[in-house]
Ligand binder design. Structure first.
Ligand code: AHM
Ligand code: MG
Length: 331
């Protein structure tokens, strides 16, 4: 497909045509996620301005504004999708319980999970943040989604993606058939195909850990990081933004490993399996990389609760598989 001339909608329609039995339900869902993300992108840009000006005037606005932007993004995602008639429930990092579809709207066979605005504490310093999403087919009968529909391993995802609000806004997406990237052209308000068939390098040169937690890691993790620095056949460089989508996106394009392991304060790590780890694991595997919790593939883990946390080690196959070997005592 022609780069720069193919918009997301055309791409989705052409993909849909490859599956003669496709109903188009799925295309509609992704289109609406993209629509919500354009609105969020606009507000994130505005919030940046408000925060910078706020700071210059010594007005402490950021704490409250960030909070509001999380909530705003959550509302936009929900309102973009609840009326479609394609979903039976939604799950959001911002909501304690699953989000039902209001009675006034028809229901459908999919459920969507999302983190509406990840890394929002970075807004006031102009650092990229993002929206992460995943789509599952519901597994329970009836048209009211239940928690059971969300407690599926990531292997069952039918699509996943993220939007990064960076120097440009980009949507990266896969429905199983390769990973594609679309860049928002604000002059026409469209996501245009900019990155076809994204493949993560087999080996990378970047490692992304919050090394301030070093003393709280197990000896195996400490040894892995130490060996990357000193014993590896490659020269590594450390890059850590502290904004998952931005750290992940960079490593997806350049190669390397991002990790938020468990530590003595948070044995299960910080990141959420359903809204953050599984969708990004789906993307990375479709791009030729890997994602584990240390031992298990992230996509094989069946969540026990919708807000379950998991250690996340994700990126190029070489670095991720090496990490697994360290954890198993095989390296
Ligand atoms: P959030 O969901 O509250 O925004 O937190 C998630 C963020 C991720 O984007 C990032 O990878 C991580 O927290 C960074 O955590 P830390 O500051 O502990 O390194
Ligand atoms: Mg988050």
């Amino acid at each position: 497909m022609q780069k720069g001339l193919t918009n997301l909608n055309r791409y989705l329609l052409e993909e849909q045509r490859k599956y003669p039995h496709a109903t188009g339900d799925f295309t509609t869902i992704i289109e609406q996620i993209a629509f919500a993300s354009k609105i969020i992108s606009r507000e994130v840009n505005k919030a940046g301005i408000v925060n910078i000006l706020g700071k210059a005037q010594s007005v402490n606005v950021h704490g409250e504004d960030q909070q509001k932007l999380d909530v705003y993004s959550n509302e936009k995602m929900i309102s973009a999708m609840e009326h479609l008639g394609k979903l039976c429930a939604m799950g959001s990092e911002e909501c304690e319980d699953i989000v039902p579809i209001p009675d006034r709207y028809p229901k459908g066979k999919y459920v969507v999970v999302f983190d509406p605005l990840d890394g929002s504490s970075n807004i006031d310093v102009n650092i990229s943040i993002g929206t992460i999403f995943g789509v599952y087919r519901a597994v329970t009968e009836g048209n009211k989604g239940t928690v059971e529909d969300f407690l599926q391993p990531g292997r069952n995802l039918v699509a996943a993606g993220y939007v990064i609000y960076g120097s440009s806004t980009m949507l990266v997406y896969s429905a199983g058939n390769g990973v594609s990237g679309f860049t928002l052209d604000p002059s026409v308000g469209e996501f245009l195909l900019s990155h076809e068939n994204i493949r993560i390098p087999e080996k990378g040169k970047i490692y992304s850990f919050n090394e301030a937690n070093f003393e709280k890691w197990t000896p195996e993790i400490q040894r892995y990081v130490r060996d990357l620095r000193t014993k590896s056949d490659r020269t590594y460089t450390g890059r850590y933004i502290g904004s998952l989508v931005a750290d992940f996106h960079r490593n997806l394009l350049k190669g390397g490993v991002f990790a938020y392991p468990g530590d003595t304060s948070n044995p299960k790590g910080k990141l959420r399996l359903l809204y953050e780890a599984a969708p990004l694991a789906y993307i990375v595997e479709k791009a030729g990389g890997a994602a584990i919790d240390g031992i298990n593939d992230i996509l094989d883990i069946k969540p026990e609760g919708i807000h379950q946390r998991t250690p996340l080690i994700i990126g190029s196959k070489h670095e991720v598989e090496l990490y697994r070997k360290y954890m198993k005592g095989e390296a």
